[in-house]
Design a binder for this molecule. Structure first.
Ligand SMILES: *[C@@H]1O[C@H](CO)[C@@H](O)[C@H](O)[C@H]1NC(C)=O
Ligand SMILES: *[C@@H]1O[C@H](CO)[C@@H](O)[C@H](O)[C@H]1NC(C)=O
Ligand SMILES: *[C@@H]1O[C@H](CO)[C@@H](O)[C@H](O)[C@H]1NC(C)=O
Length: 478
């Protein structure tokens, strides 16, 4: 019996034709008009998130990153990067070569974090990191130098400055005492000082989304948006400082980490939420958080019928399986009976051609919805940059990373086509980012260093040839 009891509704596909399934899947269809509405709602949410007082209630958090510029191509030199976000961490030596406009990874080392350190004291954790960095510097013969360091620390933090970031809470199995509520840059520096065998230069805290933008920014200086589409999704972009009400100062720009994965958590997307989104949300670990299922496609397993609701399909290799299912269908359409070994056979799942057809349709529909939602969100950001700068036409580049974007057979194409239709006044190019949390982190540090140097030079020459700057604020902001 091919009946699946969905949490709310029983879908029986054994006797219905593909056409009926199509009708059923219409729930997931988002026409262009709807996407424009979604985009307008996100626009409103971005403004709310940027506000001095309204940001507390905002679903889209719009976090200031204190990254005040993208690369201008004059950055150069050697940097360290530290990437901590799981049970392993990486240290890297990165060289920025101005003549070639390239960011080179010279070498790197991966260190494991043993369980007892993950649950030990903060001091133990940072001593462990400092020790690993020490070994790396020895192996690279870099101990005598004082290199600046970019620190990608993938835990929820409140950033106070480019080199000051307070850990809000541990996640991912970490529970080191004495770190929550403290500045992780300071803890790292203290651990290095305790050792006394080397020193580091200035530190820049880097969010992975920002690293994604910055690692593309050296190659393409119009790269001012970063986007990640993997198991989760997020984006950042360069906003005008005068609109960032939570940070003092009016001049220049700052990269804002939108945290757009929260879009809809306040109910603003209820009209496009299907009953499946509701079920998936209610049975998730954090009901009410990230309510619209953008990308975790296979959470929709209740939509599928046996054998595809089989647990095997939804464990470790989920996205891989999903991509393969989609690819199966696009090659030679459904001619899999035995002679064409595919992922389902590989997994020992029994199936028949109708099943496969339905599964493909469901997967395509859901991933297409994700791509279109993502396009609407990206359209909002690109258009905001255009209007911020008072331009009729904006040419910009998005640095992208994430498994769904990289590996899904049709996701990137559908996203790009849709966003072009939604914002004809923007020409958007896409660059797949290379190692945002390593090379990108080094680039954030390089830019911070360049800006610090420039402002020091400015201070030194202050009073000598002071120029009166023209007031360029033409747009009033509300
Ligand atoms: C980026 O910032 C958000 C919010 O603070 C956080 O949840 C996420 O883990 C950060 N990512 C990295 C790589 O630091
Ligand atoms: C983390 O450690 C503290 C003690 O340091 C303990 O009270 C708390 O329950 C632990 N949290 C988790 C999630 O294990
Ligand atoms: C892939 O995306 C393109 C562009 O949006 C679309 O026209 C096409 O139907 C999609 N192909 C599949 C197999 O989903």
């Amino acid at each position: 019996e091919k009946c699946v009891a969905c949490a709310r509704k029983c879908v029986c596909w054994s006797n219905i034709s593909i056409m009926n399934v199509e009708k059923y899947l219409e729930l997931f269809h988002l026409p262009q008009e709807k996407l424009k509405e979604v985009s307008a709602r996100l626009k409103r949410d971005l403004i709310r998130g940027l506000g001095k007082h309204s940001h507390h209630r905002a679903a889209v958090k719009m976090l200031p990153t204190f990254v005040r510029a993208t690369p201008d191509g004059t950055e150069k030199g050697d940097y360290l990067a530290l990437d901590l976000g799981g049970t392993n961490f990486r240290v890297l030596h990165v060289r920025v070569v101005e003549e070639q406009q390239r960011v080179l990874k010279m070498d790197s080392k991966i260190c494991a974090i043993p369980q007892e350190i993950m649950l030990g004291t903060g001091e133990q954790l940072f001593d462990h990191i400092a020790a690993c960095l020490s070994e790396f510097l020895d192996s690279q013969d870099l101990k005598g130098q004082t290199l600046p360091l970019g620190f990608t620390f993938s835990f929820p933090c409140e950033q106070k400055e480019i080199d000051k970031s307070i850990l809000i809470r541990w996640t991912k199995g970490f529970n080191c005492s004495g770190v929550e509520g403290r500045d992780v840059v300071q803890l790292l520096k203290e651990a290095i000082r305790r050792r006394g065998d080397y020193d580091i230069g200035s530190v820049a805290m880097v969010n992975d989304t920002v690293g994604t933008m910055m690692s593309c920014g050296y190659r393409d200086q119009s790269c001012e948006i970063g986007m990640i589409i993997g198991t989760g999704t997020n984006a950042c972009y360069m906003e005008e400082m005068k609109n960032v009400k939570r940070v003092e100062g009016e001049a220049g720009r700052m990269c804002i980490n939108t945290e757009w994965g929260g879009f809809g958590d306040d109910g603003s997307l209820r009209d496009i939420q299907t009953e499946f989104d509701v079920v998936v949300d209610q049975t998730s670990i954090n009901p009410g958080v990230h309510t619209i299922i953008w990308f975790q496609l296979l959470k929709y397993k209740d939509l599928l019928l046996p054998p595809f609701s089989n647990e095997q399909l939804f464990t470790q290799r989920t996205s891989e399986v999903h991509f393969k299912i989609q690819r199966c269908g696009s090659e030679g359409d459904l001619n899999y009976r035995g002679e064409h070994p595919n992922i389902l056979t590989e997994l020992g799942v029994k199936w028949d051609p109708v099943d496969v057809r339905v599964v493909r349709l469901v997967c395509d529909t859901i991933s297409s919805r994700s791509a279109r939602l993502c396009a609407a969100a990206l359209a909002t950001i690109a258009n905001r940059i255009r209007v911020n700068r008072g331009l009729d036409h904006l040419k910009t580049t998005v640095g992208v990373d994430g498994t769904v974007y990289r590996k899904h057979p049709n996701f990137s194409e559908e996203l790009q086509d849709t966003v072009r239709l939604l914002v004809p006044k923007c020409s958007i190019s896409f660059l797949v980012s290379e190692d945002g949390s390593g090379k990108g982190a080094a680039m954030v540090t390089a830019v911070a260093q360049r800006l610090a140097l420039q402002s020091r030079l400015l201070e030194d020459s202050d009073g000598e040839d002071e120029e009166v700057e023209e007031d360029e604020e033409e747009e009033e902001d509300k």
